[in-house]
Design a binder for this molecule. Structure first.
Ligand code: ADP
Ligand code: ADP
Length: 232
């Protein structure tokens, strides 16, 4: 579970203090697909960076899978962060490495031995439906295939939470639907909590259980997707 209690994040800028996240309290359950929607500048990316410990809140507390990541440090913080993986809008692949090398790289960094790496990479490639493309380079893949590599790489660490940062925003509508279907199947098969931020209502409607609507750093509406979007 992820729990934010009165979280505020401010940045000091040339024009003074900017409040990117403003007194947000929120709780996301294990196994949920949770959406955060808002216009550009609403504070969505800052939220995601707070979830994975890349940013520290100015005030408030953030509990991720039982660990208060605003208080712990060093090895404990690294262990907590390890359970949270990211999927990016522009894939962030290594362009000089093949599909299997891109996925193996994460395992290499984590210190997984070569034989285990090979088994794990094959499993992940199957999971995301990239069989036959193991030796391809990112430049030889479609956008959807690149994002499948991004997802496989994010899953290599066996995370408990997958953070998707506009993960389908660079894709056409059909490919978006295929990637969203993949995220649902991952959520169901691996029981991973998925949090996605997006500016697209369609994405939220298609796969999220619950949604938070952000405006100017605040959550202005929150609840079941049907309630938030369908009520008169
Ligand atoms: P979104 O992801 O919804 O587009 P962001 O979280 O990126 O929103 O940004 C929210 C606000 O915080 C914006 O006004 C943005 O300019 C500001 N902001 C984000 N990161 C920083 C930073 N590192 N330094 C200063 N201002 C920032
Ligand atoms: P964007 O154009 O939005 O940055 P790309 O898919 O082109 O998206 O790039 C994704 C990531 O891969 C970026 O982080 C970029 O720095 C990196 N990248 C792009 N080209 C290369 C390259 N030739 N070698 C290594 N990394 C690259």
């Amino acid at each position: 579970m992820i729990q934010l209690d009165k979280v505020t994040k401010q940045f000091n800028t040339a024009n003074g203090t900017l409040t990117a996240v403003d007194n947000v309290s929120l709780s996301i359950n294990d196994g949920e697909i949770y959406g955060i929607i808002g216009y550009s500048g609403a504070g969505k990316s800052t939220m995601i960076r707070l979830f994975n410990g890349l940013e520290k809140p100015t005030s408030g507390s953030i509990i991720v899978n039982g660990a208060n990541i605003t208080e712990i440090k060093g090895a404990k913080l690294r262990a907590a962060r390890h359970k949270v993986s990211m999927v990016f809008q522009h894939f962030n692949l290594l362009w000089s490495r093949t599909v299997e090398e891109n996925i193996a790289f994460t395992l290499e960094v984590a210190g997984v031995k070569k034989e285990q790496r090979q088994v794990k990479v094959a499993e992940l490639i199957e999971l995301v439906g990239l069989q036959g493309r193991e030796k391809s380079y990112p430049s030889q893949l479609s956008g959807g295939q690149k994002q499948r590599v991004g997802i496989a790489r994010a899953l290599a660490n066996e995370p408990e939470v997958l953070l998707c940062d506009e993960a389908t925003s660079a894709l056409d509508p059909e490919t978006t639907d295929a990637i969203l279907d993949l995220l649902v199947s991952i959520n169901e098969r691996l029981n991973i909590t998925i949090i996605l931020i997006t500016h697209e209502m369609h994405v939220i409607r298609k796969i999220c259980n619950r949604v938070a609507v952000m405006e100017e750093g605040k959550i202005v509406e929150e609840g079941d997707v049907l309630q938030v979007f369908e009520s008169p």
